[in-house]
Design a protein around this ligand. Structure first.
Ligand SMILES: *Cc1c(COP(=O)(O)O)cnc(C)c1O
Length: 425
């Protein structure tokens, strides 16, 4: 058979785009070549519904070893006692957590999407908001999670689950404080660490496992693995509200979560992706990952400083992690205009609502910037200054096509210093 050049030419075009641009989308990263190589392999052919040792199909002895290796490595990464590596994505992982903990119509409390939360934390457009009764806390005028509001809503509404975690929040979380109010009302604390997971794995942020009952994450953001989701427990526990098993015993949360992933919300697992997850977890355990995490934080600090020096307003005034949210209203720009203009210069980021935004989610007053991807490319603190100067030049000349075109050339030249997948030719 002939190679499908139509598709492979497009894939090569995407490789060129990734190589020649500055990638600042906070949720993106570049996996190692090994992670990608593992994904394009034969376990993709295998049906393996069920779990290692308990499958519904024959011939699973090898994929059992792959999945067990991924689980064992992940348990080491986060020092936890149980993990499920099958969720196809972060949203799927969260869907399974809801299914394991909540019955339709029951109340839960999460960070509002417009304040930095995620769709799966109760957006009316998402299953979480449609199926369950979503309550929301926000951030204060200073851009910090409003713990007092969280506690007040928790005490008055008594939700069954409190979610901490966000997609556009640049500060660390006070998990201990959330657990304290959850214990008052008997709620489950669920941490969705999709964004900062890699920094937590590197021991550079507060450890949610110290205080949260259940933790989910994506594997493709700061963890630098293939696209996917995971669910973890440090301490297994009995879910007091769950249906009892046929012998009348309460089920353990680990078994409810396994059931909620399969058969609850998914069919066959993606064993080729699970193989790639195992490779990524191995890379995290190999010792150099902590230095990566430290560089991510150093770069984010340098980027924040360079932006503030040019008069940009950062929500909460700075960052503890890998990202920052910028309110562009003092620069007379919308998030949409900024994203579209920077895109023309091959600087990629996303528009983002800022807390108390007066513009629609399609326009927004802000942009979100993250440094995990450029840090993987090899950038250091001094390079953040260069990147910010290019961003500023584009934004301050947003209607001058000649300036934008010149920055696009600068970007391309600058990125030649940071080779991406040279092995791919
Ligand atoms: C990215 C993200 C998710 C969802 O991940 P997908 O893999 O895109 O489904 C879930 N929760 C949070 C907080 C996220 O940032």
């Amino acid at each position: 058979m002939q190679k499908d050049t139509l598709v492979f030419d497009l894939i090569n075009k995407e490789l060129d785009r990734q190589r020649n641009g500055i990638e600042l989308i906070a949720s993106e990263n570049f996996t190692s070549l090994q992670v990608m190589q593992a994904m394009g392999t034969v376990p993709t052919n295998k049906y393996a519904e069920g779990y290692p040792g308990k499958r519904y199909y024959g011939g699973c002895e090898v994929v059992d070893e792959i999945e067990t290796l991924a689980i064992e490595r992940l348990k080491k990464v986060f020092n936890c006692s149980w993990a499920n590596v099958q969720p196809h994505s972060g949203a799927q992982a969260n869907g399974a957590v809801f299914l394991a903990v909540m019955k339709p119509g029951e109340k839960f409390l999460g960070l509002d999407l417009s304040m930095g939360g995620h769709l799966t934390h109760g957006s009316p457009a998402n299953f979480s908001g449609k199926t369950y009764h979503a309550l929301h806390y926000g951030v204060t005028k200073d851009g910090i999670v409003d713990y007092e509001q969280l506690e007040a809503i928790a005490r008055s509404e008594k939700p069954k689950m409190i979610i901490c975690g966000a997609s556009a929040y640049s500060r660390d979380w006070d998990y201990k404080r959330i657990r304290a109010v959850a214990d008052e009302i008997g709620a489950v604390v669920f941490a969705d660490i999709a964004h900062p997971a890699g920094l937590i794995a590197a021991g550079l942020l507060n450890d949610p496992f110290d205080h949260c009952h259940i933790v989910s994450s994506t594997t493709h953001k700061t963890l630098r693995g293939p696209r996917g989701g995971i669910i973890m427990l440090r301490h297994d526990f009995e879910n007091p509200w769950a249906l009892k098993d046929p012998k009348g015993n309460l089920r353990m949360m680990s078994s409810l979560l396994d059931l909620a992933v399969f058969p609850g919300t998914q069919g066959g697992p993606l064993e080729h992706v699970i193989a790639a997850k195992a490779v990524a977890f191995g890379e995290i355990l190999d010792g150099s990952f902590k230095a990566y995490g430290q560089q991510v934080i150093a770069n984010a600090q340098a980027m924040a400083k360079a932006l503030v020096a040019r008069g940009y307003q950062l929500i909460s005034g700075g960052t503890d992690n890998h990202l920052m949210l910028i309110d562009l209203r003092n620069k007379n720009l919308t998030g949409k205009k900024a994203q579209e203009t920077l895109d023309k210069a091959h600087i990629t980021l996303n528009k983002n609502a800022v807390p108390f935004d007066d513009k629609s989610p399609f326009v927004t007053s802000g942009i979100r910037i993250g440094v995990p991807a450029v840090t993987t490319r090899g950038m250091k603190e001094a390079d953040m200054e260069t990147v910010v100067s290019m961003i500023d030049k584009v934004l301050m000349n947003a209607d001058d096509e000649a300036v934008i075109a010149s920055v696009k050339i600068e970007v391309r030249e600058f990125m030649q210093q940071f080779p991406l997948y040279p092995e791919l030719g």
